[in-house]
Ligand binder design. Structure first.
Ligand code: ATP
Length: 698
């Protein structure tokens, strides 16, 4: 047993005993069930404390940083963990929360003799780091102690050893937190300030999703006075993906943050006045091998800022036409002029949605009536005039047609200017769908935008912070809409242009989003943590065909098996053999990734017949079970598996196009440790030219 291990074992025992005491004390206080509000608040704080300590006691900390602050003689060992715990009597931290300012040095300090520093609430604190130590504790047991920096020691080669140890582990069906190994470029994003919208382009496996979740936990901690968890939201591509990431925030002790998809959120706000038209069929069509590209890409038109501007102009014209051209005469010689009403409605109340403006207008006219009536003599006369005025006001307000977001949107399809924006066929189809109260995903941003102008998205429906994952698949219109209802431009927008496979709705250049904001913080993540060096190098060869304007992924130095390319006339037979082989190891998740939904179903059936217990993943699925999955490539985006078997990588399934290169890239980069490519007949041109050093053929 090494001395550093013994030293840490002793510290761990002391900390565990303090935490156990704490938990014991909290558990011995009877749970309060009464009506007293103050007691209820105290109880909920105690409950949060109990929960946090129960998480914390399993793995109280993961790192130690010995830091000597300027002006102090000795370094102070700081233990950093998921949950901060302090010795209240001695007013001293026992474990520091990873989100605390001082803990940022654990992630940002990368060795060297330069001064370390952190931003405390009282200003910049500088000093020297003497030791940086990674400590792996699992279920209260000390597993590993690795020093990554010792002041004065030359040996810095260990720097990534702990990270590699973590990356080498097998994964189950849920994404995990990375608090113990956050890298400095990720730390910068996590801790970036709240009110500058962040745009993050990150290669596959660079930790975008993970970083976004850690950023939410950080923001909740740092801005606890300003942010409410239930007004923070994550938009993710589908329910399956939401299930996959659902464990991270609770692991970080953060609850209540909304996690949803854009359609789910939009439909709810629209009070389910419309429904999506066969969304699964639409996906199948968009990802079919011989899709009609021209038709599919038309969907993009409704996501443009040009389309938004057309709607905006139409709404302004609609408002202007609302006011009748004659003055409002409430009784003889009591008149409000058209100009006055226009001024109230279109200028003074302009910032309100239309329904609210209507309410304000009526209230104002009523006030006006009261004031005018004061000038009239005789109670009876007053009564009569008031009655008359109300009748005329009601008649006057009839000018205001009953309108909903859907009816307004439908009416837009009849405007003559629409043909400059959408082709005739699409206009007619949209109109027909709307009449049946059915819409497509790309209609939701326009509808919600109209809803916001007419009814308003107000109060608690507005967001304190928005995370958009896989943002390359969002349209500028969607982002514009979210910007309208997010306070302080507080956004974290993450994605990868190399994985823009939903190209019929998304963007090709981050400038499309940048220009929607006055200022943005733009970051590029180029290091990929998911896959082995061999897999990343192979995938990089594939994505070169897509000529995407972003850099290639750089692997973390984690080496594994070479990628295997297998030519065979009987793919099922080979796959079953490989699965049986892999089954002997301790892999937890394996994916067989196909090109289309129909092909995946057929393979799934064949695997079941061959006695392989596999699940097939479908578009409407909301749970991901792990184990062996058969999944179409477009649904595998965002997920990861210990091993991936990509099937049908032949010339007809993956052609020499930029789009197919992105699809194949997504497929390859899902694998952590083992990637096998199968094809029958002629290999896809996307892999034909790859130099042999990048794979092993069979
Ligand atoms: N600093 C880190 N320490 C340990 N593991 C990490 C780190 N960063 C990322 N990972 C791991 O890398 C994998 C990929 O992370 P994640 O899914 O967040 O990446 P991504 O950029 O969203 O990927 P993609 O765009 O391909 O879906 C995950 O298993 C995650 O735990």
């Amino acid at each position: 047993m090494s001395t550093i291990y013994e030293e840490e074992l002793k510290s761990l025992q002391e900390v565990l005993s303090t935490l156990d005491d704490r938990i014991h004390k909290l558990e011995s206080i009877p749970v309060y069930h009464g009506d007293n509000y103050t007691e209820q608040v105290l109880e909920s704080m105690r409950e949060l404390n109990r929960q946090n300590l129960r998480i914390g006691v399993q793995e109280p900390y993961f790192g130690r940083l010995d830091f000597r602050e300027d002006g102090h003689l000795e370094p102070n060992p700081l233990y950093i963990g998921k949950v901060g715990v302090s010795d209240e009597a001695a007013k001293k931290p026992i474990v520091i929360d990873w989100r605390a300012p001082v803990a940022s040095m654990f992630y940002s300090f990368n060795g060297g003799e330069e001064l370390a520093f952190y931003q405390s609430p009282d200003g910049l604190v500088e000093g020297e780091v003497y030791l940086k130590r990674n400590i792996a504790i699992r279920k209260r047991e000390l597993e590993r102690v690795v020093d990554t920096y010792i002041k004065g020691s030359e040996d810095v080669s260990l720097t990534d050893e702990f990270l590699l140890y973590r990356l080498g582990e097998n994964k189950d069906n849920k994404l995990k937190d990375i608090v113990s190994t956050i890298q400095s470029e990720q730390n910068e994003i996590i801790r970036a300030e709240k009110n500058i919208p962040l745009l993050i382009q990150g290669v596959a496996g660079s930790g975008k999703t993970t970083v976004a979740l850690h950023r939410l936990a950080f923001l909740i901690y740092e801005y606890r006075e300003q942010l409410q968890a239930d007004r923070m939201i994550i938009f993710a591509p589908n329910s399956l993906f939401l299930d996959y990431i659902s464990g991270v925030l609770p692991e970080l002790g953060v609850g209540n943050i909304k996690q949803t998809t854009f359609p789910e959120w939009a439909l709810r706000l629209l009070d389910n006045a419309v429904k999506l038209k066969q969304p699964e069929e639409k996906l199948k069509e968009a990802f079919s091998i011989n899709r009609d590209n021209n038709k599919v890409m038309l969907d993009k038109l409704k996501g443009s800022i040009k389309f938004k501007s057309f709607i905006e102009t139409s709404l302004i014209q609609f408002e202007e036409n609302l006011v009748p051209t004659t003055n409002l005469e409430l009784w003889d010689q009591a008149e409000i002029t058209v100009e006055e009403i226009k001024k109230w409605l279109l200028v003074e109340y302009k910032h309100y949605p239309l329904t609210k403006r209507r309410e304000r207008l009526v209230a104002r006219i009523k006030r006006w009536i009261e004031i005018e009536l004061k000038k009239v003599e005789g109670t009876n006369e007053k009564k009569l005039l008031k009655k008359e005025a109300n009748i005329r006001l009601n008649a006057y307000m009839k000018f205001w047609p009953k309108i909903s977001a859907l009816s307004f949107y439908t009416s837009l399809m009849k405007r003559k200017e629409i043909v400059e924006l959408l082709p005739e066929g699409l206009v007619r189809e949209t109109e027909k769908n709307c009449q049946k109260k059915e819409v497509n995903v790309e209609d939701l941003a326009p509808l919600l935008y109209i809803h916001h102008q007419l009814i308003g998205i107000e109060g608690k429906q507005k967001f304190h912070h928005v995370v958009i994952d896989e943002a390359q698949d969002f349209s500028p219109f969607q982002i514009y809409l979210l910007k309208e209802i997010t306070l302080g431009n507080s956004f974290t927008i993450l994605g990868d242009l190399s994985q823009a496979i939903y190209n019929y709705q998304g963007i090709e250049d981050w400038n499309d989003f940048k220009e929607l904001f006055q200022e943005t913080g733009y970051y590029e993540l180029t290091r990929s943590y998911r896959s082995t060096k061999e897999i990343i190098e192979f995938a990089n060869e594939v994505i070169k065909h897509a000529e995407v304007p972003v850099g290639l992924a750089t692997p973390v130095f984690r080496s594994g098996e070479k990628v295997k390319v297998i030519a065979t006339d009987d793919q099922i037979h080979e796959i079953v053999k490989v699965l049986q082989d892999l089954g002997k190891g301790n892999l937890k998740t394996i994916a067989i990734i196909g090109r289309t939904d129909a092909e995946c179903r057929s393979i799934h059936e064949k695997l079941l017949t061959a006695g392989i217990n596999a699940n097939v993943i479908e578009a409407n699925q909301s749970k991901y079970a792990g184990g062996i999955s058969v999944v179409p490539v477009y649904l595998a985006k965002g997920l990861e598996f210990d091993a991936v078997l990509l099937i049908d990588v032949d010339a007809s399934h993956y052609k020499d196009s930029k789009y197919d290169a992105k699809l194949l890239y997504v497929g390859c980069t899902r694998s952590l440790h083992d990637l096998r490519i199968f094809y029958s007949g002629e290999a896809s041109p996307l892999i034909q030219g790859i130099p042999e050093e990048f794979y092993e053929s069979k």
